[in-house]
Design a protein around this ligand. Structure first.
Ligand code: ATP
Ligand code: MG
Ligand code: MG
Ligand code: MG
Length: 475
């Protein structure tokens, strides 16, 4: 089953059970300064869960584009290293707004996975929140779930919250045991291990509480259901793969990167990481630009810039330059049948990607050389204890435009550590200095993309009073 077929099958399944199909929202949260990017399907329904807005329907189903890079849920550093994390992914979800609750949510999820997708119940495990006896009992009633497969877990894994504040609740998750040959291979590897063996497929959140900024929890007006299942993970499973990047949602992108770099996928571990990161980051870039985010030096735009620059640096390790716009164009082509709005920004995306690559490319090689020399020097002087200094990392940022991620990737590759706290302190110092010296509005830093939008007559709205940072919102 292709990823696209799976998405459609999921939405149809829930439609035929009384759910209204609703389009995923923009990645830039509407009217929500507490959140950097939409990181789950429930975000567009936050106010409905809180009882502040009413919904036209009691049950809904969505395929929600999500970005987890920065903020509470941040998978940027996982990408390339685990088989299951992306910065951009699609979350399939079913929602009940005060309609059904735990029993039906559990039934739907189990029925869909085992009867519609034919996953083998013998390989499935379930987790519940440690105090949630009700969920535990309901799972015990599921006949074909083998005995001993319900595991109680603590707050970290089984209490879901979108951010530090907002709707939240205990959850129950369904995991697939992919077998001991997948993952870390340690004899004590079991559910909850960080490796890829036990793959978390689906999270059923029993939305019951609202957490305020001071940490107090109040009950939501009507207990509701919010679920999220990762499209890429389940697609890979159905296609018999143990790595999301080997599913049909990624292979055409990886094939293209292999082709233009003249290297083969699955031949060299380091090259594989590079190809996966580029494929992932091209998807994130394509969808973020389509939702009006442009590379910038702060806020959402800086997260995008970090993503783009990380991909461009990985391109260099494959001998690629002037390539990223092409990868993004391919993503547009592949995803536009499901997300037609991508076509509207295809031209802008080309410009933004090319511009970022030529701008960063101009200093990248020099910066990499500096970084290499420093790593060599430290290794010689300090051996295994070698550690990159925070001030040095800051100079790479300041002089060559290196986001810290790039330094981290290079340090991991070369087996040395880095002083990220020292870097954060240096950044804070610089922010403080620029706050003090700020005199007025300077537009000389405007990016090509913004200028183009301006020429097209699109106006931006200042959101600085509600949001601490963020892109211009396209009107
Ligand atoms: P994990 O523990 O694997 O990091 P999570 O607990 O952070 O996942 P949830 O917040 O519960 O994930 O999100 C619901 C579902 O979305 C997950 O069960 C998974 O299938 C999918 N998902 C979460 N994060 C990612 C990601 N970075 N890339 C791809 N799919 C993801
Ligand atoms: Mg996670
Ligand atoms: Mg988890
Ligand atoms: Mg989870």
């Amino acid at each position: 089953m292709t990823g696209q077929e799976l998405r459609e099958k999921f939405l149809r399944y829930f439609e035929s059970r009384g759910h209204t199909r609703i389009a995923g929202s923009s990645l830039v949260p509407h009217d929500d300064p507490t959140l950097l990017f939409v990181n789950a399907g429930m975000v567009q329904f936050k106010k409905v869960f809180m009882g502040e807005e009413s919904s036209a329907c009691q049950r809904a189903t969505t395929a929600q584009p999500c970005v987890r890079a920065g903020g509470k849920h941040n998978d940027l550093e996982n990408v390339g290293y685990t088989a299951r994390h992306h910065t951009f992914f699609e979350m399939l979800g079913n929602f009940s707004f005060g309609d059904y609750f735990k029993r039906e949510a559990i039934h739907f999820a189990w029925d869909f996975l085992t009867k519609e997708l034919h996953l083998d119940p013998q390989k499935l495990w379930v987790t519940v929140y440690q105090d949630d006896d009700e969920a535990c009992r309901l799972w015990e009633e599921v006949e074909d779930l083998p005995k001993g497969r319900i595991v109680r877990m603590g707050e970290k894994d089984n209490f879901w919250a979108m951010g530090d504040t907002g709707p939240c609740g205990p959850c129950s998750e369904i995991h697939l045991d992919q077998g001991p040959e997948v993952g870390c291979g340690r004899p004590d590897c079991r559910l909850g291990c960080d490796c890829d063996r036990f793959l978390e497929l689906w999270n059923l959140v029993f939305m019951q509480f609202y957490r305020a900024a001071d940490g107090t929890m109040t009950r939501l007006p009507r207990p509701s259901i919010d679920t999220g299942m990762g499209l890429e993970r389940v697609a890979a499973v159905l296609q018999g793969k143990h790595n999301n990047f080997d599913s049909d949602l990624f292979t055409p992108i990886i094939d293209r990167i292999a082709e233009i770099s003249g290297r083969r996928y699955h031949e060299n571990g380091q090259d594989d990481i590079s190809m996966r990161v580029i494929a992932d980051h091209a998807r994130a870039t394509t969808f973020l630009v389509a939702d009006g985010v442009l590379p910038a030096n702060e806020g959402r735009g800086y997260v995008l810039r970090r993503i783009m620059r990380r991909a461009i640096r990985y391109g260099r390790t494959l001998g690629l330059s002037d390539f990223f716009h092409d990868t993004c164009a391919l993503v547009t082509e592949l995803m536009a049948p499901s997300y037609p709005h991508l076509k509207n920004t295809a031209g802008l995306l080309q410009q933004v990607a090319s511009h970022e690559e030529s701008r960063f490319g101009a200093t990248l090689d020099q910066g990499l050389l500096r970084l290499d020399q420093e790593i060599e020097r430290l290794k010689q002087a300090q051996g295994d204890q070698a550690r990159l200094d925070g001030e040095f990392i800051f100079r790479l940022y300041d002089t060559y435009g290196f986001p810290v991620d790039i330094v981290r990737d290079a340090a991991i590759e070369r087996g040395i550590s880095l002083d990220e706290q020292g870097f954060d302190r240096a950044m804070e110092r610089q922010r403080e200095m620029s706050r003090k010296s700020w005199k007025g509005t300077d537009v000389s830093h405007l990016e090509a993309g913004v200028l183009e939008l301006d020429q097209q007559g699109l106006k931006s709205e200042f959101t600085g009073y509600e949001a601490t940072s963020g892109p211009a919102r396209i009107l």
